[in-house]
Design a protein around this ligand. Sequence first.
Ligand SMILES: [Zn+2]
Length: 296
Amino acid sequence: MLGAVELLPGLVRAAAVDDDGQLRQLVERSFAAGAGRADVEAVIADVAAQCFTFQRVRGIGIACPGLVDVHTGAIVELLDLPQLKGFPLSDVVAKHGRAPAVAEHRARLQAMGDRWFGQGRGRRSFASVTTGETLGVGILYDGQVIAPPGGRSGAHMIVAAEGEMCTCGSLGCWKTVATTAWLRRAAAAAGLDGVTGLPDLVRRTEPAAEAVLDRYADHLALGLINIQHLFAPGRFIVHGEARAAGQAFRDRIEDRLLAVTSWSAEAERPHLVVADVDEDVSALLGGAGLVLTRLG
Ligand SMILES: [Zn+2]
């Protein structure tokens, strides 16, 4: 049995997962986002102890929503929970879950879930793409998940020389133009009222909706084109909002990818597929996959 823990702003979840990717046990508990460090630690400890005391696991993979030191398992930077900077996440989970624990950035973990339990099974290369309120990419290249210490998940790759200011302080990061926050702003600027997100926008019949959708697809494609140029993963496994946005929207992105990679006869033709793992538990499956990858 494999263990997984997911830390989110305001929520901790733990699951026991079998080797086929089925959840056998799930424990979760919420906490106030502004809670003190000791209080958050108590919640993490309690959830790990509850989940793994009777359902013993051979290792626990932890999905962290921010930067984590993959060697020590300590949180390096967590913008949504700044009180946890330096927090020894893996050590706390290992102690209370009574199993070795390893931590990884959430977006990069998703690739591990796809690799072992999803659309990446049996493949040597693919990219796993998170879309929606958050943006990120995990890459499997020639059988290895590319997750170097200090690497990030792609959201802050710069796609415009003179773009918008990002939360990280740089100009023109991919996330400034390819997340739901941009989509809502662009829809409002185009006169479309109350657009909540991509699945909402694809249902709108106003002509302005088409134009915003086109631009959004172009923006998402920008990051994927860079990844195709560098790693030629061929398969892009789509999670999040773009998964629920319908085939027509994904075709727009695929067309953009094909248009700028047609020079390559050797690389696999780039294509998008919809993730087949349950979105709600994909980070937990990634944690279980991390155990298989890092702890064997
Ligand atoms: Zn940025």
